[in-house]
Design a protein around this ligand. Sequence first.
Ligand code: FE
Length: 222
Amino acid sequence: MSHRLAAACALILVAAACAAPPPTLAPSPPPTGSPVATPFTAGPDTAAAPAPAGPSATPCSAAATPAQAEGPYYRAGSPARAALIEQDTVGEPVLLRGAVLRLGDCLPLAGARIDLWQADGAGRYDNAGFGLRGHQATDESGRYAFETVLPGVYPGRTPHLHIKIFAADGRELLTTQVYIPGLSEGMPDFLFDAQLLARDEGRDEGGRRVLSFDVYVRDGPG
Ligand code: FE
């Protein structure tokens, strides 16, 4: 009897032992790990990110740069220059650069004139001379750049720069104002328009702040 029992037990043990491995093979559930493969497929997704290769078409849908009031401090006859900072100029240096582009086809307006005037870092305009005033012609790519300072606050106004754009033939195409990201947004000023915020380009090697502002203007006859 005990003999048969022992044999039966041995059989059961063997069977159990044999059956045991399968559960160990049960790592087949890892196929549940197959969804792990899915996240991997997400990788290519990331690679697809730089795909937006169609930005070339986008810029031409750019809206016209809104016009804004000239204000009381414009003076015609500013000097032709890119560097507006003089020895006694007050304010944090900044490079403002960008391009003047034609609305619709976004072609650069070469030889357009961009006139800039602004308050210094203390909010003062030079109304006697031409401090922080200057103009230049855009290059073949419609580009311009001014070395100037961040404008300060004056009563009722958040920091801003004024610009005027003239066609190469002298027609005035636009008068507007440019606002400073991180400076101009938080102050009550009914003229402020977020569409006219310059783009923050960080700082150059010398630590100077760099802002960019592209201008889209209508340049047709009349
Ligand atoms: Fe002003």
